[in-house]
Every structure is written in structure tokens, then in C-alpha cells.
Design a protein around this ligand. Structure first.
Ligand SMILES: [Zn+2]
Length: 392
């Protein structure tokens, strides 16, 4: 006769009984206590203090700024090497993760009504935000403490007269008119510039070319600018044509814009990736690489954008002079400007668009550019300084 099998009764644990129980690594290893909420906040304050100290030291001492800019470029190149292996923009994956992961976590703790976990998690989020802010300054903000691009190129930026501005606009009209009919266009006559990747490679070649001319561009090459994969339309909603993401050392450009602007936008973001901070300087660098390019799409894009920026300045200074220049534009450019305005009108005057502009404005001001989003237009000062230097 065999003995009856006795069953060892084990306590039944229900997964939902205690939401605060330890899970994952700490659960089975039983290693030390997790950081207290106040320790996370203290760590966050430490990151902010380090960020402020770095920003102040780079602003006050040129040698410190030069050292940290070099370190930033080195770190960015290392990060960019790995993110460059991804076929889609790592920046967009990061943005998606930054939105989705905290939301998912918030839903979880709200579902459990686990208020201590909510508080601890919020403290961790604050710490993470402070660490991100420190990294922003460490990897990118320090470039805003560099000597101006104009001074490094020996250009003297002065107050220009309306006559000088009109002379420059006349020059941009002549250059753009000469190129407008030659660029690739579709059957409706709208610019159709083809492969984005090919233009991105061309932008790198252009920067290699101009570093022979201007030593200031003699820097290690950055990764290829990527086309937006997930968020081209979202970028249009928030009034962005491209952005450089320092945490992944990667530039992304939207293709939800007119083709005539894409080469210039790629060259602009490429300039950020090379360690140029101010928006006006990136626009200036983009114009420099585009204007003499053998690739007609780049040359046209450079002169068209130069006309738009300088023409807008002339519009504000002397409307009649602006009208004279506008009448001198060839039909192809008039068509391109109409297509551009039509494209921008889709998103203008919406709340999201205003919010996006305000956020971009605040971010640019935080890096020490007092003009905010208007600083893009400051490129006119630099182009005029360059124009008067070469025509002396
Ligand atoms: Zn920019």
C-alpha cells in the first residue's frame, strides 16, 4: 500500500496584492535600499549646480570654453558614431520614449493609487530632467560661448545702411534668377530635388570643401543629417524645419517642407552638428556652403534663402526698394515663393504652431541669443559683412 501523497500547501500570492513590493533586479538580489526621494532631488540640484558652474566658467574664461568645446565635440562624435548606425533618427525615438515612458508609468501608478511610488517617481523624473539639462549644456550649450564666427573669419559686423542692404538684395536676386530655371522641377514647375540622402552626403562634401577656404570649418566631420521618419508633419505643426539633438548627436530635417529649402536646412543642421551654436551663424554657414556649390540645388537654395532673409529686412526698412527688387524676380522664383507661402499657411495661426514657436523661442533665448527666433534673421548682418568684405 502506498502512502497517500501529501501536498505541501504554499501561501498563494496574488500579483495584485501589494503594488509596492520590490520587483526586478532589486527584488531578487535584495541589494541595498533604493535612493530616498530627497536623495534624487539632491542629485538633481547637483546636476543643476554643475550645469551653472560649467556655463559660467565657459562664459568667463575663453580657455575653459575652448577646452570644453573640444571635449563636447569629441563626446558628440563618439555618440554620433553609434546613433549614425541607425537608419532612422535616434532623436525621434528618444522624443517618442520621453513622451511614452513617463505616460505609461503615470498610468500604472495612478491605476494602483500608489501615492508613495508616484512621489518617488516624480523625484526621479525631476533628477532625470536636471541630468538632461546638464548634458544639454555639456554637449551643446558650451558652443554658444565660442568667439563669434564673424570674428573667427575676420569679418566686421557693423550697422548697415538701407542702400547697402538693397545692393545685397539686388545681388541675391541676380544670383537666384540665374539658377532658378536650371534646378530640377516637376511638371508643375515646383522644385523637385530627389533623394534626401544624396543631398545629405552633398552637404558633408560642401563642408569639406569650404574648410580649405575657412580654417574655422576645419573640424571633424559629423554624421549624416537624417530625414525625419516619424515626425515631419509634427515638426510642421510646431513650426520646425529641422533640429539638432545633442543627447544623440544627430541632426534631423523635415521633408514636409518645400524642396527649395531642403539643401539649406540640411546645411544649417550640419553646422550645429559641427559645433556651431547660434542660429544666425548656422544660417550663415549654410549660405557659405550653398552659394558656391557645384550642385545647382544647393546653390539655388542658398541664394533663394539669402534673398528671403535679406528681402524681409528690406521690406521692413524700405518698402519701395523691396517692391523694385521683387519685380525683378524671375517667374520661377515667384512660383517657388508662392509654393512656400502656401505650404506655410497650412499650419500658421494655430495654437500648436504658436506653442511650438514659443518653445523654440524660449530655448534659443536660454542659450544666450536675446533675439530668440528672430535671431535666424540676424544672418543678414553676417551676409552683409561678408559681402562688403569681398567687394572692398
Ligand atoms: Zn538651428
Amino acid at each position: 500500500m502506498s502512502a497517500p501523497r501529501t501536498r505541501l500547501r504554499l501561501p498563494r500570492f496574488r500579483r495584485r496584492e501589494d503594488p509596492r513590493r520590490a520587483t526586478g533586479y532589486r527584488g531578487y538580489r535584495g541589494s541595498g535600499r533604493p535612493l530616498q526621494w530627497w536623495a534624487w532631488l539632491a542629485l538633481g540640484v547637483g546636476f543643476l549646480a554643475a550645469m551653472w558652474a560649467l556655463w559660467a566658467a565657459c562664459g568667463a574664461f575663453p580657455a575653459v570654453s575652448a577646452l570644453f568645446r573640444r571635449v563636447a565635440r569629441l563626446c558628440s562624435n563618439c555618440i554620433g558614431f553609434f546613433t549614425g548606425l541607425l537608419p532612422i533618427p535616434a532623436a525621434e525615438l528618444l522624443v517618442a520614449a520621453v513622451v511614452i515612458v513617463p505616460l505609461w508609468w503615470l498610468c500604472k501608478v495612478l491605476k494602483w493609487r500608489d501615492w508613495p511610488a508616484l512621489w518617488r517617481g516624480l523625484c526621479r523624473l525631476v533628477c532625470l530632467g536636471c541630468a538632461a539639462a546638464f548634458l544639454f549644456v555639456f554637449l551643446y550649450g558650451v558652443h554658444h560661448t565660442a568667439p563669434s564666427l564673424a570674428s573667427q573669419m575676420g569679418l566686421e559686423v557693423t550697422q548697415y545702411s538701407t542702400a547697402q542692404l538693397e545692393a545685397f538684395v539686388t545681388h541675391t536676386v541676380e544670383q537666384a534668377n540665374a539658377l532658378a530655371a536650371q534646378v530640377p522641377r516637376d511638371e508643375e514647375g515646383t522644385c523637385d530635388f530627389g533623394s534626401f540622402r544624396q543631398m545629405s552626403k552633398q552637404s558633408r562634401r560642401e563642408y569639406s570643401r569650404i574648410k580649405q577656404e575657412y580654417a574655422v570649418f576645419d573640424r571633424p566631420q559629423a554624421g549624416l543629417v537624417k530625414r525625419s521618419f516619424l515626425g515631419g508633419r509634427i515638426m510642421s505643426w510646431v513650426d520646425l524645419a529641422g533640429f539638432y539633438c545633442p543627447w544623440v548627436a544627430e541632426s534631423t530635417v523635415s521633408t514636409d517642407v518645400v524642396d527649395s529649402h531642403i539643401p539649406f536646412n540640411i546645411a544649417h543642421e550640419n553646422a550645429h552638428a559641427l559645433g556651431i551654436g547660434p542660429e544666425a551663424e548656422c544660417n550663415f554657414a549654410a549660405w557659405l556652403v550653398c552659394k558656391d556649390s557645384e550642385d545647382i540645388r544647393f546653390a539655388y537654395s542658398g541664394w533663394l534663402l539669402a534673398y528671403i532673409h535679406a528681402g524681409n529686412a528690406l521690406h521692413a526698412a524700405d518698402y519701395e526698394a523691396w517692391e523694385r527688387q521683387y519685380r525683378a524676380l524671375c517667374p520661377e522664383i515667384i512660383h517657388d515663393i508662392a509654393v512656400l507661402n502656401e505650404s506655410l499657411k497650412r499650419f500658421e495661426d494655430t495654437k500648436v504652431n504658436e506653442l511650438g514657436s514659443a518653445a523654440n523661442d524660449a530655448l534659443i533665448k536660454a542659450t544666450g541669443q536675446a533675439d530668440g527666433i528672430r535671431s535666424y534673421g540676424r544672418v543678414v548682418d553676417l551676409m552683409l559683412a561678408y559681402f562688403s568684405a569681398v567687394n572692398e
